[in-house]
Design a protein around this ligand. Structure first.
Ligand code: GN1
Ligand code: MG
Length: 368
């Protein structure tokens, strides 16, 4: 059966096979594109009796989206059993009873309920939001902590494996076009000079001073839903939940919440660290995770930020050297600029380290 689509669907570039398969789309009254993710695409589908979120999973990045489906099942079972009141965003079934629809040559699609009156922020506007989001991601991690990581698959192999990310970068340095290599010379030197961050990661993994736990791995502000009073409601986008280290989640919040500008900013003077936002993240995160983190993990709160900013800098730099094949580019030096933005952020964090360590000490004094 093929349903003739009103123009709004095609304008919003939803493939007709997808529209046919979800009744929420065929009965929609309004459809709009949402979000600013680099990898997946999202639409808001408004119907007569409620709204929905349609998401396309990029199958170049998530090579086997059925691993996501498997993980969601395991997570849902665990949460239902131990925290039945906890709000978990799970995909809805389509007309064929499937939660994940594959459209050859296009990717994988899922539909979710849109939580009415919820607010999705793309920037952190105040420290309360930073606190609430950190508390939400930490509350999510705490509830999943007892789920055996062996139960979960890796939707993206070695996603936050800094050792392999660094090797990938060094390979890209040897294969890049001379013009790109030249333009990125200072950046490459910086990354090589700071490779101690990679060594520290390797030592901690080897010595077992960080534990593998189910982690979210995409703790940006738009993955937390808020109410109208800036209170956190729920964590969304569970595609990258997989075994990992807490520094991934805490670190990406430090990377994306404390900075005065986002990674697209090309005026690097605007890239600075907000210490009060850092404090809010630490407070929010520890309010849920303090008793779960081991003593050695508690010493890694600033390192978490270094780890994630360095890795993002490395990833953008690598992509620039590989002609933008992963992130794409809207203008010629886009990924170079993104990497330089992250370089500035890492410099700021390293400079602020003594102050940030003091903040952490004071928080621990207060909550112990
Ligand atoms: C990608 O798609 P988005 O923007 O949520 C990337 C993250 C990066 C981020 C940088 C699967 O996330 O790891 O931190 O870009 N996700 C994937 O903006 O690679
Ligand atoms: Mg994501």
């Amino acid at each position: 059966m093929s349903i003739k689509l009103p123009e709004i669907y095609t304008q919003q570039s939803i493939p007709s096979a997808v529209a046919d398969s979800f009744e929420q789309i065929t009965t929609a009254v309004h459809i709009e594109r949402m979000g600013n993710g680099l990898i997946n695409s999202t639409w808001k589908i408004a119907g007569a009796d409620g709204s929905y979120i349609l998401q396309k999973v990029n199958d170049q990045v998530f090579r086997d989206p059925f691993i996501i489906e498997h993980n969601l099942k395991k997570i849902a079972e665990h949460i239902r059993l131990h925290y039945p009141a906890y709000a978990l965003p799970l995909p809805l079934k389509n007309r064929e009873g499937k939660e994940l629809l594959y459209v050859a040559g296009n990717g994988y699609f899922r539909m979710f309920h849109f939580l009415e009156d919820s607010v999705c922020n793309t920037v952190v506007n105040n420290s309360k939001q930073a606190f609430e989001a950190a508390r939400q991601f930490a509350g999510f991690a705490r509830r999943l902590n007892a789920l055996d990581t062996k139960e979960l698959g890796n939707p993206i192999e070695d996603f936050h494996n800094l050792t392999l990310r660094y090797q990938h970068f060094e390979t890209a340095v040897t294969t890049a076009q001379p013009s790109r290599l030249m333009a990125a010379k200072e950046l490459i030197n910086f990354l090589q000079e700071h490779s101690g961050i990679v060594t520290q990661f390797q030592n901690m993994v080897k010595s077992g001073s960080m534990l593998l736990r189910p982690m979210h791995h995409d703790t940006k502000i738009s993955n937390v839903l808020f109410d109208q009073q800036d209170r956190g409601l729920a964590v969304i986008d569970l595609d990258t939940v997989m075994p990992g280290y807490f520094i991934s989640d805490l670190g990406d919040m430090i990377r994306t919440f404390t900075c005065t500008a986002n990674e697209e900013e090309t005026d690097f003077n605007k890239v600075t660290i907000r210490e009060d936002f850092f404090e809010a993240i630490i407070n929010g995160y520890l309010s849920e995770m303090k008793d779960i983190l081991t003593a050695s993990e508690r010493n890694l709160l600033v390192y978490a930020g270094e780890f994630m900013i360095y890795m993002q800098c490395l990833r953008f730099a690598t992509d620039y050297l590989e002609n933008d094949r992963y992130y794409g580019a809207k203008y010629p030096d886009h990924n170079l600029n993104r990497a330089l933005n992250q370089k500035k952020l890492l410099e700021e964090l390293i400079q602020a380290k003594p102050v940030l360590e003091k903040i952490i000490e004071a928080v621990f004094q207060r909550i112990k």
